[in-house]
Ligand binder design. Structure first.
Ligand code: SAM
Length: 339
């Protein structure tokens, strides 16, 4: 692979960012739109992948959104990692490569890295993200705090990261915090997790943060803040489809936003509904008033359902920790046939 590397070594700031496919993120987003928005599956309405919500502008808004008082998904997982960070970090040994899938502003990972640093344990922290500015600002913050942790940004998609991680030697400690993996429709979750499980060798581990809340009021309040921060974030994602498609087809005033629950499993989905006909021949887009676009689904699986996912994907659970404030869990996984 011919990869573009940028190294930042100014004073205390030392990290590098490797372009593992990030400069082609627009094409990856286009592919996701082709597969789920234009050629959506029978019985499903057009769906916009979470990748579209993670533009540079979208992730800048994400940092505000995850600090909203009712957005328990971030605050409870941080509390969990603060409380159980030492026990989790005990599985990370010197020489380990930590790979954080979808790191965003790196706020969550800090309690774990603090424990590792306090043991003077030399490791490399790879943070994977779609947005280069988000990677750079997250790593710059971490770089001022750690002496024993080498910091590397992997700029690209999860598919790019899966390929790149084959070149990173074991022991590897993979992390999917914030229900990034295992939080899709069942078949999609199994397909994604199986792909990552194929990377997990006998010396590796995989930490998965999963939201197993089932209280509709708490979930609803987390996604529907009064100030409309979440709505602005999603609308920024929809506007980004204009950049990806190269056509100004999306106009905020054409669409209203709502949310809905589905059952078995419990899913919260956001739904944009057209308030008038929306037609853009240049993009191959034609909606009637009342047509829907779905995005940003949150699937809430039980602990048993998660264990089933792990088993189907060739993984076994070797540890589990719960948030003191709610039902956010970290599941620690190993290859199923390892001792
Ligand atoms: C909602 S934020 C969650 C961040 C963090 N893991 C947490 O728990 O707070 C989603 C992050 O995943 C990244 N992301 C989403 N889809 C991705 C994909 N297909 N490939 C790479 N990164 C992705 C986004 O860039 C963003 O940083």
């Amino acid at each position: 692979m011919d990869l573009d590397k940028t190294t930042h070594t100014a004073s205390a700031e030392a990290y590098e960012i490797i372009d593992i496919g990030g400069s082609r993120v627009g094409q990856s987003c286009r592919k996701a739109l082709d597969e789920q928005f234009f050629q959506h599956r029978t019985g499903r309405c057009p769906f916009v992948d979470d990748m579209l919500m993670s533009s540079d502008a979208g992730l800048a808004q994400w940092s505000d959104l995850n600090r909203l008082p009712n957005y328990y998904q971030t605050s409870e997982e941080i509390t969990l990692l603060e409380k159980h960070g030492a026990a989790i970090a005990a599985h990370i040994l010197p020489g380990c490569s930590i790979i954080d899938l979808g790191s965003a502003d790196t706020r969550k990972i800090k309690p774990l890295l603090d424990h590792i640093e306090s043991r003077a344990c030399a490791v490399t922290y790879y943070s994977v993200d779609l947005s280069r500015p988000s990677l750079a600002s997250g790593l710059a913050k971490l770089a001022t705090q750690y002496r024993h942790i080498k910091l590397v940004g992997l700029w690209g998609t999860f598919d790019d990261a899966l390929e790149y991680c084959k070149s990173i030697a074991s022991p590897r400690f993979l992390m999917s915090l914030g229900s990034m993996i295992g939080n899709d429709r069942w078949d999609d979750s199994i397909r994604n997790l199986t792909a990552w499980a194929s990377l997990v060798g006998p010396e590796d581990a995989f930490l998965m943060g999963i939201d197993s809340h089932f209280d509709p009021d708490k979930i609803w309040a987390s996604y529907h803040d009064e100030g409309g921060v979440f709505e602005r974030f999603l609308r920024t994602g929809m506007a980004y489809t204009n950049d990806v498609l190269g056509v100004e087809w999306w106009r905020d005033s054409d669409w209203t936003l709502g949310g809905e629950f589905r059952e078995k499993p419990l899913v919260h989905a956001f739904v944009f509904t057209a308030v008038r006909d929306v037609v853009c021949p240049a993009a191959g887009i034609s909606f009637k008033a009342g047509d829907r676009i779905e995005c940003y689904e949150g699937h809430k699986y039980t602990l048993d359902e998660m264990d089933k996912q792990f088993a189907v994907c060739g993984l076994k659970r070797i540890g589990r920790w719960k948030s003191p404030d709610g039902d956010i869990y970290e599941h620690l996984l190993a290859k199923a046939d390892s001792v």
